[in-house]
Ligand binder design. Sequence first.
Ligand SMILES: [Zn+2]
Length: 353
Amino acid sequence: MGDTERLVKKAAKNLYRVLEDPEFWTPEFCRTFFDWYDVEAHENPNSALVRGQLALELAGKTGDIHTMAKGHGLMATAYRRDAIARAGGEIQAALKLAGSCPCCLSDIYRRLGGILLHQQNFVEAKDCLDKAIAAYRELGDEDGIGRTLVSRGVAWWKLGEIDAALSDERRALHLLVPPTPELFYLAALTNQAAFLATGEQRHFVQAEPFLSGVRGQLAGIRGITAVRIVLSWIHGLVLARLGDRQRALQMLRNTRSRLLRRRQDAEVVAITADISNLYCDTRKYRSIVDLVSDSLSRLGDVSGTRVLLKNVLAAAERELDETRRRLAEVRNAVAVSVPTLNTCPTLSSVVTP
Ligand SMILES: [Zn+2]
């Protein structure tokens, strides 16, 4: 067993031990810990901030400038969901420590590109990710290039360039090999599924077989519930677009239950809108009222969507055509990792670790 591997096992038994025992205070262990963090933050988004703080504190213990710069970059990613101003502050702190070091700058640009994607600044995001790739290339860091391509594919897609987007994700698949966490590879697969699902007919015809293939490929892998949920959500939307309403509804409702159990509230709001849209197609307003009421009774005010959900309810109760517009308002108010279907791609969002 390698030394890092032994330390990872030790840290897993009690996470806070990493701040107490100097054995953990090395750049090598931090690199592994940061990777672990990225995977965990994706799987358990609700604990991302607390664990991000832990990673940053650990970075400080090493006294290594490069590790500390990357720690601030990681913390910026942790803040992107709920505290965007703080994310900016962390990027500034990271840049200050980085100076002109390409090993730090590549990492910071990659993180910043992901944050800009989250803020829907797609042109800036792509520029930033281009810079990250150039810096990684200078270092000969293929793993870094692969990780960045996963995000740049999303930027291309948002800019309406689906072929360029797919090409980035496919190139990423070749570069993302162990010990890179599997999550990045899975994100490249998930993104391709989303791009195909929302693309033109020539893309869309590949979506169903691609999704079935990926879900088969994942059958034996453990601990990737979040990825599996995203894929089944996209699959449900694809089935809906194919006209297989019954299977689509079943898959989406099932996905919604899993999201409820995991307390992924923003996602519950979004999928409630997606399912309601399907009901809208056949004017099943009663089902929309039931579903939206259920969401209102279980959730708090997620990103100010409570009033928007009530608007949906009011429109659906009176069986008004405006229900669909009200649903779009709900869907656009939450940032989630699954795109809306049958809408302009620039309104939606996709997975970026
Ligand atoms: Zn550096």
